[in-house]
Design a protein around this ligand. Sequence first.
Ligand code: GTP
Ligand code: MG
Length: 195
Amino acid sequence: MIIKTVNLETVCGITSTFPENILPEFAFAGKSNVGKSSLINALMNRKAYARTSAQPGKTQTVNFYNINDAFYYVDLPGYGYAKVSLQEKERWGKMIERYLHTSRQLRAVFLLVDIRHEPSANDKMMYEWMVYHGYAPVIIATKLDKIKRSQLQKQLKLIRSGLGLKGESLILPFSAETKQGREEIWALLEELMQE
Ligand code: GTP
Ligand code: MG
């Protein structure tokens, strides 16, 4: 994919009304620190346009990145971050759900999980919530550079069984360090945009 322009067009907090965009949206969800903003940077071909951090809880708003005036990447706050209050967790959770519920242009949801670990209870809950609401989330297994090649199949299996994925569901391994997997995600985005 050729990225000509990127523009952080809208930032929404807990009380904001989400924009009524006319271009397609692609949203990226997953627990705090899993690598959502890093993936978006890689997919924008930018080093650090979306803010990332080794500290979980970096993205606290819903951020709409306009790409080529053709579509949006939507960077969502992470869930399951232990250090914020329960009340705050609930508010973020509600914001994520409210976005997923109300967006009219949402073409696909990407659910990110860390390739090194069995999905958490929150990951499973998020996956089930999405399926229940009629989405077919594309699973991206992040931080591929952190495991050995020989562990890949085993980890993919663990994620598949941990989330209870159906046979056909797609898992795309990805590394923001090496950019491995980026072409496949771009190809999928292009396909989804034709639909
Ligand atoms: P929140 O905004 O807090 O929800 O986190 P996030 O999901 O946006 O994660 P972010 O992209 O900020 O990345 C979190 C940390 O993981 C940062 O230190 C990144 O550099 C690191 N990271 C992200 N992706 C990868 C990856 O593929 N490989 C490695 N080695 N590190 C990664
Ligand atoms: Mg982030």
